[in-house]
Write a protein that binds this ligand. Structure first.
Ligand SMILES: [Zn+2]
Ligand SMILES: [Zn+2]
Length: 269
C-alpha cells in the first residue's frame, strides 16, 4: 500500500510542478470530493430512500437546490480558487513541500488531528461572531437560508464568510508547513466531515454514534433548525466547545426530552 502511494506520488511530482499541484491539484481534489460526497444525499432525498433516518421531515424543492448549486460553483471558481493561489506563497514560506520521501503516518495523523482541534476552536469563535445581529443579517444568513440542510449546503456561504471561516481551515497547515499529501488528506477529511454534518440524515452507522466527542449531522442540523439567536451548537467538528461555553443547552435539553419519550414508548409496548 505504502509503495503504491509512493509511486502514484512520484508520477504526480514528475509530471506537475509544485504550484500546479498545490493550487490546481488541491482545487480539483476538493471539487471531486465535495460533489461526490454531497450529491448522493440529494439523490437519496429525491428517491425517498432511507427516509426513516432523515432528521427533518421537510424537503427542499429541486429548483431551489439547483439554483444554489450553480451559485456554489461560481463561488468555488471565483473565490476558493484565487484564495488557494494567494495562500500558496505563505504555505511555501512556511516550509510546505511535495518531495519524496513522504512523511510517516505518525506525523501525518498527528498534524491532521491538530488541524481538526485548532479549526474547531477558531471556527467556534468565528461562528459565534457571525451570529451577532449585523454579521448575521449581512453575511451568515446566506448559509442559514436552508433550515433543512443537504450535503452541498455545507459550503454554501457568503463570499466574505469563505474568507472569514476559510482562515480556520488553513491556519493549522499555514503555521506548520506540512507535506502536500498531509494538506490533501486534511482537506478531504474536512470536506467529508462538513458534508456529513449537513447531510440531513442520522444513520445507525453515523460516526457520532461511535465517537462521543464528534458532533455530526444531528448536532449541526439543530443549529440550522432554530432561530439564529437561539440555536447554539456553533462548533464545526466536536461537541466540547459548546459544552464548555454553555451554548449547547437547548440541544442537550431536547436530547433528554427525546430520550424520555423513547423510554416511555418502550414501557408502553
Ligand atoms: Zn450559523
Ligand atoms: Zn451549517
Amino acid at each position: 500500500m505504502a509503495s503504491m502511494i509512493e509511486s502514484a506520488w512520484t508520477y504526480l511530482i514528475t509530471n506537475f510542478n509544485d504550484f500546479q499541484l498545490a493550487c490546481l491539484g488541491s482545487f480539483f481534489l476538493h471539487e471531486s470530493v465535495f460533489f461526490l460526497s454531497g450529491l448522493p444525499f440529494i439523490l437519496l432525498e429525491r428517491a425517498g430512500w432511507l427516509s426513516k433516518y432523515k432528521i427533518q421531515t421537510k424537503n427542499n424543492s429541486p429548483a431551489a437546490q439547483e439554483r444554489r448549486i450553480t451559485r456554489l460553483l461560481l463561488y468555488h471558481f471565483c473565490v476558493n480558487l484565487p484564495l488557494m493561489m494567494a495562500s500558496y506563497p505563505v504555505f511555501k514560506l512556511m516550509g510546505m513541500r511535495s518531495t519524496l520521501p513522504l512523511p510517516s503516518w505518525k506525523v501525518i495523523s498527528t498534524q491532521v488531528l491538530f488541524y481538526f482541534i485548532l479549526e474547531d476552536f477558531v471556527f467556534y469563535w468565528g461562528h459565534r461572531i457571525l451570529h451577532t445581529k449585523w454579521l448575521y443579517k449581512h453575511v451568515h444568513s446566506v448559509h442559514h437560508e436552508y433550515a433543512t440542510p443537504f450535503g452541498l449546503t455545507s459550503e454554501y456561504v457568503h463570499p466574505a464568510e469563505i474568507l472569514f471561516l476559510g482562515f480556520a481551515t488553513i491556519v493549522g497547515p499555514a503555521i506548520t508547513g506540512p507535506h502536500l499529501i498531509t494538506l490533501w488528506l486534511w482537506m478531504v477529511l474536512r470536506v467529508l466531515e462538513t458534508v456529513e454534518a449537513h447531510c440531513g440524515y442520522h444513520f445507525p452507522w453515523s460516526l457520532s454514534n461511535f465517537l462521543p466527542l464528534y458532533g455530526g449531522a444531528d448536532f449541526h442540523d439543530y443549529h440550522h433548525r432554530l432561530l439564529y439567536t437561539k440555536s447554539g451548537n456553533y462548533s464545526s467538528t466536536f461537541v466540547y466547545m459548546d459544552w464548555l461555553f454553555g451554548t449547547d443547552k437547548g440541544y442537550r435539553r431536547l436530547k433528554v426530552l427525546k430520550g424520555d419519550a423513547c423510554e416511555a414508548e418502550g414501557k408502553e409496548m
